[in-house]
Design a protein around this ligand. Structure first.
Ligand code: AHR
Length: 497
């Protein structure tokens, strides 16, 4: 099959905000305990953080990490995670049926993030707590005053403020599964008041309001909620988890098109409220939970009562296969292609819990299949997203017609004098001969073709067996670019000045 990508230097989508390559650590399963934190591990540092995990996180080059939840945050008392560790309470985590020991909390996570080279995106509890607690946490983290919570931070050993810039006003508050779930009106009013007080505590913070959870729920909630919060917030959140429960790979690979519709839909809803209010402000999008999540769901359901009320339960430990990596790679391209509107995105999550990085207690840490498309997007997908015009054959799946076989993005990094093209061939049968037309750059030279491919769509990486790993493809003397059937690819071009 022949296919073509055209990118023109003048036709830009927008600057890629580095925060597009964010991630997420929730107090859930073994994300924190046995994930980022394991004081007895041979690689543990002076604070008990696993060095092997930090190394892998640093490779992913994650500029921002959302914390501490997720569903967990809606029952969280942030003070539990501050001050003297010996005095911290153990709590029932009602979101996930676990025991939260609070060995790691607001204080420690700041330090972990610093060591990982990331900033923290903090979520406040608007489920079971309210506006005062949210404002107090902003004071604790960011204030330089000699007032109670800023002084408490100093007493706890942190003279300098943490400087947390981005704050989420609760988590998935539209969902009946959420502790303290609310209607759009109840949440909208609460979020607006919380935002008002948080911005009074620190005028420089940026706030994310909860949009609806997923494209299928999107619409009324987003509009009504924004009607209450528009003047106070900066972003609206989007969440998506992909699944191939039906074991239909063609359909699965097409699901990223829903994310495309979701982004366009939420942007339209924001702009509808903007028009209604005659506002000059634009609300941007924070896609602050996205990934594949389905492999572990059945087992978690079956084990629901087995290790209830224990610490570091094995939960949401999806073992990712090769087709999941294709979905994650395609989703990253979708985010890049919406760089004008999506300013923050968080791969959910980072370690052990639906994560690119897995660990064994006391043992190894390793990269799952989805690690690789994220690694390359984050490290090479920085700069300006150009409009990627694609031409390829299409296919139909149940519920969607004309799905292009080719998914692509084109990123121009002026500083490096480079254009990087990311491309997935969604055909399960046919190789693709790809023409790349980079216009208005002068002559461009292809310098690298990296490919992620496995014959078996279900191939997985395990502790001692890496079956899915990137390879450098030799550049062909005839200049042809061939994309294998069901493959992810990165093509790097040197521009001429
Ligand atoms: O990431 C796992 C869970 O998925 C989060 O806690 C919640 O926000 C979402 O439903």
């Amino acid at each position: 099959m022949k296919a073509k990508i055209t990118g023109n230097r003048k036709f830009t989508v927008g600057e890629i905000d580095p925060r597009l390559y964010g991630s997420f650590i929730e107090h859930l399963g073994r994300a924190v305990y046995e994930g980022i934190y394991e004081p007895d591990h041979p690689s543990a540092d002076d604070q008990g953080f696993r060095g092997d995990v930090l190394e892998l996180v640093k490779k992913l080059n994650v500029p921002i990490v959302r914390y501490p939840g997720g569903n967990f945050v809606s029952g969280y008392r942030w003070e539990d995670g501050t001050g003297d560790k010996a005095k911290r309470p153990k709590r029932m985590d009602l979101a996930w049926g676990a025991v939260e020991t609070n060995e790691v909390g607001v204080d420690e996570f700041q330090e972990w993030a610093k060591r990982a080279g990331s900033e923290v995106m903090m979520t406040v509890n608007l489920g079971t707590r309210g506006v005062q607690d949210a404002a107090d946490l902003v004071e604790y983290c960011n204030a330089e005053t000699d007032t109670h919570f800023a002084e408490l931070r100093r007493k706890n050993g942190f003279e300098k403020p943490f400087g947390v810039k981005v704050w989420c006003l609760g988590n998935e508050m539209d969902g009946p599964w959420q502790l303290g779930h609310k209607t759009a009106e109840q949440y909208g009013l609460l979020a607006a008041e919380a935002a008002k007080m948080m911005k009074r505590a620190d005028r420089s913070v940026e706030l994310v309001a909860c949009g609806s959870t997923g494209w299928s729920r999107c619409g009324d909630w987003d509009y009504e909620m924004l009607d209450h919060t528009y003047g106070y917030v900066d972003y609206i959140s989007l969440h998506t988890y992909f699944s191939n429960k039906e074991n239909d790979p063609e359909k699965y690979l097409a699901k990223v098109e829903d994310a495309n519709d979701y982004i366009n839909g939420v942007a339209a809803l924001c702009d509808a409220v903007k028009a209604k209010k005659k506002s000059h402000k634009t609300i941007n999008l924070s896609y602050d939970e996205w990934n594949v999540w389905y492999h572990s769901i059945e087992a978690d359901r079956e084990n629901r009562d087995a290790d209830r009320w224990t610490r570091a339960r094995h939960q949401l430990e999806d073992v990712y296969n090769f087709e999941d990596a294709l979905v994650v790679g395609s989703m990253l391209m979708t985010l890049q292609n919406h760089a004008d509107r999506v300013k923050i995105a968080c791969l959910a999550q980072l370690v052990n819990v639906i994560a690119p990085i897995m660990t064994e207690k006391g043992g190894k840490a390793w990269a799952q299949t989805i690690f690789y498309p994220f690694f390359f997007a984050s490290n090479y997908g920085r700069g300006t997203a150009l409009r990627a015009l694609t031409e390829s054959g299409t296919y139909d799946v149940e519920g969607r017609k004309d799905v292009p076989y080719l998914v692509a993005s084109v990123i121009y990094n002026a500083e490096a004098g480079e254009v990087t093209v990311f491309a997935v061939n969604r055909s399960l049968e046919e190789e693709m001969e790809l023409e790349v037309a980079l216009e208005d750059f002068g002559a461009c030279a292809l310098t690298e073709h990296t490919e992620l491919y496995a014959d078996d769509l279900k191939a997985v990486n395990e502790k001692d067996a890496e079956r899915v790993a990137p390879v450098r493809v030799g550049l062909r003397p005839d200049g042809k670019i061939l994309l294998k059937k069901h493959s992810w690819n990165m093509l790097r071009f040197k521009t001429n000045g």
